[in-house]
Design a protein around this ligand. Structure first.
Ligand code: M6R
Length: 366
């Protein structure tokens, strides 16, 4: 089943051009300049009129939700809160009339997420599920939802399910923005055109996977790493850090880059690799100065950059390039080199990358 791949995780990373493509099939209608998700058809009015969207999930799925927050706020102009399912479930959350809850889960069986949505449902929220496993508990407990159609994900570390979740969330946000009229036609057209090109751009990144592999051999002995990004790439920093922890057992932390000087900068010395997501967007100049701050303290900088970026290339010790896209869509590309870097680091360290110690594929107990 692994075909020519040594591990499921690698196979699943390499499947992403086709899983993202499949996820958009019949939903992203480029010729009609439309996005149409049958799964939420009956709830599109509630979604468009929502006073607030609350996103509930755990782990990697939570990171997808955190990206979605930036997205919905930017193009749908709706306030979004993202909450760990476990915190929602044991907290005393405020759910008001007109709130829509989006639950994100690959397995559809995560206990905390399931109980959290039952709670939100009792409080009167509309629940939309974004899940991968068809017919699992969360879709059954939801009012409606959208499947990610990424196929079975065997590796415990979520990779292709994550990019499929992001894809679905982009599609939902685009459909809602269009419905609400919070996006102009030009921008909508640009975003759907760029989204359609994502699978081939992911493919290009995968063709350069040897770069992540060679960086893995340089940094496999690191004791700790810091991952930094801003805006919609901040959750990608968290995701990169989670992947390296799970797969290679290297301690890592993700932060919004600006938070560095509020504490983590104290950790930086010549032993500390700092992974930046430094793609071109409105925070680029800020990220460049964060990189300079790390270099001034002799930290080692690995940066995910857009192709042809000479500025960061000169500052950083190493770069992993990704093709340009609309800045809003960069999370879909920026995560790929970080998945590869975690995978190769784990392999070089002799870790069981498909089944890391102490982890289960779906966490059905608390
Ligand atoms: O099946 P779910 O998406 O609900 O699972 C949530 C987390 O348990 C999951 O994403 C976990 O963090 C993965 N091991 C991440 O790679």
């Amino acid at each position: 089943e692994k075909g020519n791949f040594e591990h499921y995780m690698l196979k699943e990373i390499f499947e992403q051009p086709s899983t993202i493509f499949d996820c958009m099939r019949g939903r992203l209608l480029l010729e009609d300049k439309k996005v149409y998700l049958g799964g939420i058809r009956e709830y599109i009015d509630q979604l468009s009129n929502a006073k607030r969207i609350v996103i509930i999930a755990c782990g990697t799925s939570l990171h997808a939700g955190m990206v979605a927050r930036y997205l919905f706020e930017e193009i749908c102009r709706v306030p979004v809160e993202v909450e760990y399912a476990s915190e929602f479930r044991y907290g005393n959350p405020v759910i008001r009339d007109g709130d829509v809850v989006i639950a994100i889960s690959q397995s559809g069986e995560t206990a905390d997420t399931l109980v959290a949505i039952e709670k939100a449902k009792e409080m009167g929220a509309i629940i939309l599920g974004v899940c991968n496993v068809v017919g699992s508990s969360i879709p059954r407990a939801s009012h409606a939802g959208v499947y990610t159609h990424a196929g079975a994900e065997i590796g415990v570390a979520s990779t292709k399910a994550f990019t499929a979740q992001l894809t679905v969330l982009y599609l939902i946000a685009l459909q809602v923005a269009k419905e609400k009229g919070t996006i102009d036609n030009e921008r909508f057209k640009k975003l759907i055109t760029e989204l359609d090109l994502i699978p081939e751009k992911v493919q290009q990144i995968l063709e350069n996977s040897y770069i992540a592999q060679s960086l893995a051999s340089l940094y496999m002995d690191a004791k700790s790493m810091i991952y930094l990004g801003r805006g919609y790439n901040f959750p990608i920093a968290l995701e990169g850090a989670l992947k390296i922890k799970e797969i290679s057992y290297i301690h890592a932390e993700g932060y919004p880059a600006a938070e560095m000087k509020h504490g983590p900068i104290a950790l930086i010395d010549e032993e500390m690799p700092v992974v930046f997501i430094a793609t071109k967007d409105h925070t680029y100049e800020k990220i460049v100065s964060n990189i300079q701050e790390v270099k001034a303290r002799k930290g080692k900088v690995i940066a995910v950059v857009n192709e042809g970026d000479d500025v960061v290339k000169h500052l950083a010790d190493h770069v992993m390039e990704i093709p340009e896209t609309d800045p809003l869509l960069t999370p879909l590309l920026a995560v790929i080199p970080l998945q590869l870097f975690a995978y190769y680091t784990g392999v070089l360290k002799g870790c069981n990358v498909d089944q890391p110690r102490n982890l289960a594929k779906s966490v059905t107990v608390e």
